[in-house]
Design a protein around this ligand. Structure first.
Ligand code: FPP
Length: 244
């Protein structure tokens, strides 16, 4: 699918979101952290639904990091169940809405049944062009770069390419996001100012928006406010201000 053209003229074609603050949102309300994650999953549904109408062609969501494996077993299993449920409940609607879903990350650590559901989701939605939804699951950007470099090194070892042929485009292509344009805008919710090992290579020239809302309260108007503020920024990619 071609994602270079189309979408709202001044809007970000690719939006990536670090969905942070589910636990805090719930704890502040005397609810369990699991309830916060559940509310977070509802927000995912809403945001995915409106994304194409807001000119978004690619939406990348950070759902579970390689570091999240260190959380208590109970919380990890709640999250895995939420991901299973999301796939089972949403696969028909996403297919109908012409959303292509891809998962980014190290699948080997995920439960086998979840991995199977992820494959079903990807196969069912392959080829759709209204929105590409990338869900980062068991994802870490450094691990992704290591994976890409090993792949390229193996190609050199096998005599299929030369070391000199490894350039920025070759590394980009070997990442989990290969073939997809870099994010224009990276949003992080819940008032934290960190990138937390998310899309380190791909976000080299991205704009960043850090918002105070926790993910469960990041609703459509909140997303629209961030997009409106993005529209007023001038991106220079290291060049000079356009004169005029
Ligand atoms: C961060 O909140 C959020 C997560 C670790 C999980 C993200 C998962 C969802 C939004 C649920 C469903 C997702 C999909 C794709 C269906 P936190 O627990 O780190 O919050 P805290 O920093 O307040 O503890």
């Amino acid at each position: 699918m071609s994602m270079k053209e189309g979408g709202a003229a001044a809007g970000p074609g690719h939006v990536a979101i670090i969905m942070d603050g589910n636990g805090r949102w719930a704890e502040e309300r005397g609810m369990s952290r699991s309830a916060g994650h559940q509310k977070g999953a509802e927000r995912v549904r809403e945001i995915v639904k409106v994304a194409p109408d807001l000119g978004i062609r690619v939406l990348t969501l950070f759902a579970f990091s390689t570091e999240n494996w260190r959380r208590p077993g109970y919380e990890v299993s709640v999250l895995m169940s939420l991901f299973r449920r999301y796939i089972v409940r949403e696969v028909d609607a996403l297919d109908q809405d012409e959303v292509e879903v891809r998962f980014l990350g190290d699948r080997s650590r995920l439960p086998r049944d979840l991995r199977r559901l992820m494959t079903v989701m990807e196969e069912r939605t392959r080829g759709h062009t209204k929105l590409r939804l990338q869900i980062a699951l068991s994802y870490g950007a450094r691990a992704e770069i290591v994976h890409a470099v090993r792949h390229l090194a193996a190609e050199v070892e096998a005599g299929r390419r030369s070391a000199e042929s490894i350039d920025e485009a070759a590394i980009s292509a070997a990442l989990y996001t290969g073939g997809v344009p870099d994010p224009d805008l990276v949003i992080r919710t819940s008032g934290e100012f960190r990138i937390s090992n998310f899309l380190l290579w791909q976000a080299a020239y991205s704009e960043f928006a850090f918002v105070d809302e926790c993910w469960p309260e990041f609703d459509v108007p909140a997303l629209e406010r961030v997009l409106a503020s993005y529209g007023t920024r001038e991106r220079r990619f290291g060049g000079l201000r356009a004169s005029g």
